[in-house]
Design a protein around this ligand. Structure first.
Ligand code: NAD
Length: 311
């Protein structure tokens, strides 16, 4: 039942998500710091605003899709930010789909709940914030098949569901505020470590004389089988249609993996949780970025181990 949707952050992901909202018939108001992006949207006939607060004033629900925590904090708390209206907010629902640390999601959600609604509607007592990071990348954002991992109040989640499903095919409620962000960084941590494990084992196997294809077949019918071995194999030539078969182009950039591992590592430190592999994985992906492979898919970590010739 949301008619006016605000969208802030129209980059690789956000622009595709916003386009799917337009296709679904929502009335959009958008903002981005990049003037070229703004011009593109105003040329399409979409209403654009110079500030986040301007978007808030025109929206019942507002979505942010920004690079990292500092940008999200800036859009909420910075000059002309969403919360600059003296604690009065027009949007009933604020959804942040950026990948950020759960602590920041929780802090923002708490300050949103303290605000009052400009106009009470449909039994909403006060504005609510949901953290709703996505898995799927630009291909899924374009196709409208993202998965949203949502943290916050369950009622707000249910109210947001149909809006989210016009940009994705799946929504999963993860529990209270910040839990969507927890789910996202933990998923990517497990994915990073499994990719490292599979890459290391396939490198060792080849160095000891077995081909990567044979060893992959063994993994996939044995206990080492996982997404990194059977759907996203890191060794060039073993699978078709994956980044490793096209020089690690496209896919999920190593710099985004390094960013997500940084979030996992700093969150682990904050709650005093032992996570040795998180720190090692973070170190390895940071090195890969320093070596100039930051834009290549993260499965290029295989090359970090193996410099011999693959089949
Ligand atoms: P991006 O850098 O392409 O887009 C970010 C957009 O935000 C840009 O257009 C930028 O101009 C705008 N922006 C930055 N600061 C702003 C501000 N203060 N006010 C308004 N606009 C501002 O990033 P992306 O790839 O679209 O990723 C967005 C988020 O989604 C990130 O948190 C990322 O980790 C996450 N994510 C990305 C992928 C992916 O494959 N790209 C997959 C899953 C999740």
């Amino acid at each position: 039942s949301f008619e006016n949707v605000g969208f802030i952050g129209l980059g690789n992901m956000g622009s595709r998500m916003a386009n799917n909202l337009l296709k679904a018939g929502y009335k959009l108001t958008v903002h981005d710091v990049n003037c070229n992006v703004m011009k593109k949207y105003s040329d399409m006939g979409v209403s654009t605003k110079q500030t986040p607060f301007g978007v808030a004033e025109a929206s019942d629900v507002l979505i942010t899709m920004l690079p990292s925590s500092s940008h999200v904090l800036n859009v909420y708390n910075g000059p002309y930010g969403l919360l600059q209206g003296g604690d009065i907010l027009r949007p009933r629902l604020l959804i942040d789909s950026s990948t950020i640390d759960p602590q920041t999601s929780r802090k923002i959600s708490a300050s949103v709940s303290k605000c009052t609604l400009k106009e009470k509607k449909e039994n909403w007592e006060s504005p609510v914030m949901l953290d709703a990071p996505v898995s799927g990348g630009v291909v899924a954002a374009e196709a409208g098949s993202l998965t949203f991992m949502v943290g916050g109040s369950e009622d707000a989640y249910l109210a947001a569901k149909s809006l989210l499903l016009s940009m994705g095919k799946n929504t999963i409620f993860c529990g209270g505020s910040g839990n969507g962000s927890v789910a996202k960084i933990c998923n990517n941590l497990a994915m990073a470590v499994s990719m490292l494990g599979v890459s290391e084992a396939l490198a060792l196997g080849q160095s000891l004389g077995i081909t990567a294809s044979t060893l992959t077949n063994i993994f996939n019918s044995s206990s080492a089988r996982c997404w990194s071995s059977d759907s996203y194999n890191p060794v060039p030539g073993v699978m078709q249609g994956v980044p490793s078969s096209r020089n690690y182009s496209g896919g999920f950039a190593s710099k985004l993996m390094a960013k997500d591992l940084n979030l996992a590592a700093s969150s682990a430190e904050e709650v005093d949780q032992r996570c040795p592999l998180t720190f090692l994985a973070k170190h390895i992906f940071t090195e890969i970025c320093k070596d100039g492979h930051d834009s290549e898919d993260f499965s290029c970590v295989f090359r970090h181990y193996y410099s011999g010739k693959s089949e």
